[in-house]
Design a protein around this ligand. Sequence first.
Ligand code: ZN
Length: 94
Amino acid sequence: MTHCCAEMAKHLDEGEVALRYDPRFRGYGIPIFDGGSAKQQINFCPWCGSRLPESLSDKWFEILDEMFPDFDGFADDRTPEEFKSDAWWKKRGL
Ligand SMILES: [Zn+2]
C-alpha cells in the first residue's frame, strides 16, 4: 500500500478533506489558506495514528542545490523529470 491505511488513501484520492500528499517530498500536509501552496506538515495519520514517513523535502533541495549551485526552487525549469514525482527517492531507496 502506498499510504499507511485505507482511510488515508481514500481521503487523499477523493481530495475532499484538507489533507494533501506531495509525492515529490513524500510529504503529508494540511493546506494553509494564504492563497499559496504552503502546507503545515503532519507527522501522524489522523485516521490510524501511524507515524508517517519522514518528509524528504530537505533532501530534495540538498540534491538539487548540489546539481545546480544557483538552484531557484520549485520554479526552476532545470528540475530533472524524476524530481517532479516520487521517482527520485524510490530509485534511491530512501
Ligand atoms: Zn493511516
